[in-house]
Design a binder for this molecule. Sequence first.
Ligand code: CA
Length: 224
Amino acid sequence: MKCLLVEDDQALARELSQALCDGDWLVEHAESGQKADFLVRTETYDTLILDVGLPDGDGTRWLASWRDDGIDLPVLILTARERWADKAAGFTAGADDYVTKPFESAEVLFRLRALVRRSHGHAHPVLKVGELSLDTHTQHVTLAGRPVGLTAQETRLLGYLMHAAPRVVSRSELAEHVYDRDQEPDSNVIDVQISRLRRKLGAWRFATLRGQGYRLLADEPDGQ
Ligand code: CA
C-alpha cells in the first residue's frame, strides 16, 4: 500500500516515513500543499496523511479542493491543532480521520490500515480469501492456518489482491499501488512475482484474465 505524507516538518516527516516503511508501506513525501496537489492529481495512493499548517496554505483548503474534484482517497489529518473547531473544519473539508500531535506512530499505522480496509469494503482486520488469510496489522499470511513465508514485496502484492478480491486488478493498478515509482516495474516483474506466489500458495488462486489482469480466487475452479 502506498501513502502520501504531506508534512513540512522535515524531522517529523523522516520519523513518520521510517515508521511507515517499517510497517511495509511505500511512502512518498510532499513538503507543501502545491507538491501534494500535483502528486494526488497525477499519481495513485491508498491513503494520505495531511498536515494542516503547510507553508503554502491551510491543509484543509487543499483537501476541500481535492474532494470537490472527486479525489476520494482516504485522508488522515495529522496536526498540532487540537481545538474542537479545528477538528470540525478538518472533517468538514473531507477528512476521514484526525490525529493530534504529539502522536504514536503505531496509532497512525493502525488508523491507516483501517482506512484502507474500509475503502475496500472490509471491516475485519484479518482478510480472508478462501483458506488464505492476511492479518492487516502484522502482515502475517497463513494458508489453511499454516504460516506462509513471503517476502515483503510478495506480501504487498498479495495484500493488494486480497483487499481488492474478488475484483479483477490490472497490471497497471498493481504497479501503481504495490511498487515504488522509481522501481518502474514492467509487467514482466509483476508476472514473475505472481508466479512465485502461485508456487507458494497454489497456482489456481491467481487467475489471469487476458488483457484485464489478475483475480484472486477463493475456491478452486471445477475440473482442475
Ligand atoms: Ca506544519
